[in-house]
Design a protein around this ligand. Structure first.
Ligand SMILES: [Cu+2]
Length: 132
């Protein structure tokens, strides 16, 4: 691997990103990801979403999650939605939800959040693979 060159490029890219984001931070500066993407069928599945500030690669604490939905839209069953309940935060930057993954297949979690100091809403849709 050309280690020195890639590190130089990364530093250069980070520097230009910082310049841009200082002027215009936005939704694209954040990413939600599921800590685990494969689950078993369960009426008490716990989904953990990690929210990261892509500029610093640091976890984002204290985000207000104001909309979540879990359904089977990826398998053409958008009507098949489950209840989802927010659980207390255990690890800063990680947001946990209890839900019912009642059928094997591809589910999707849709989430919208407000981040402190950020005008734009951060939104994500992430596929959850559920196995028998
Ligand atoms: Cu289904």
């Amino acid at each position: 691997m050309p280690h020195i060159i890639s590190r130089f490029c990364a530093a250069f890219a980070a520097a230009s990103l910082l310049t841009v984001s200082a002027v215009q931070a936005g939704e694209a500066d954040y990413a939600f990801e599921l800590v685990e993407t494969v689950y078993s069928v369960s009426d008490n599945a716990v989904l953990t979403l990690r929210l990261t500030d892509l500029r610093s690669q640091q976890p984002v604490e204290g985000a207000i999650i104001f909309a979540t939905r879990v359904d089977m839209e990826p398998d053409g069953m958008a009507m098949m939605a489950s209840q989802i309940t927010a659980l207390p935060v255990e690890t800063p930057g990680e947001y946990r939800f209890a839900t019912d993954l009642s059928m094997e297949g591809n589910w999707q979690i849709s989430v919208a959040a407000k981040v402190q100091g950020e005008a734009e809403t951060v939104q994500a849709r992430i596929v959850i693979e559920v196995q028998e």
